[in-house]
Write a new protein. Structure first.
Length: 135
């Protein structure tokens, strides 16, 4: 699965990438050449919850930038330095998310997570119970 993220992590200025499931579970975390501070998944969840209505966000801070992209499969977070090629990162994210969508359910990244069909009022809420263990 790491091979899917290699092109993104190889871009100059990218420090790391994380992928959270639609239920908020951290499925992938990897640091690139510049390294990335390991933060607790719950710390990231607070930030992602504050961006609930946004499908895409590019946040700029003193020490770097965050690019956040939400899809039906989950949320991709890319950490990068202040100077990084935004267009190249977006393009690689498009390709990566497309590949993740194609691999859903058949790869180790999604192993143990099965999407339940959304029915009734549950389809309006983002609940952790959307994923169940295959066991």
């Amino acid at each position: 699965m790491n091979a899917l993220f290699d092109d993104l992590l190889a871009i100059e200025g990218v420090k790391g990438a994380m992928f959270f499931s639609a239920a908020g579970e951290l499925l992938f975390e990897e640091s690139g050449a510049g390294g990335m501070d390991k933060a607790a998944a719950r710390d990231w969840q607070a930030l992602l919850a504050s961006l609930a209505g946004a499908r895409e966000a590019d946040l700029i801070f003193d020490m770097g930038r965050l690019y956040i992209r939400k899809t039906d499969e989950g949320t991709l977070v890319v950490t990068m330095g202040r100077i990084a090629p935004s267009a190249m990162i977006r393009l690689n994210c498009d390709v990566l998310l497309s590949e993740l969508k194609n691999h859903k359910g058949s790869d180790r990244l999604f192993e143990g997570a099965k999407l339940k069909p959304k029915k009734g009022l549950g389809r309006f809420f983002h609940l952790p119970g959307l994923y169940e263990n295959k066991d």
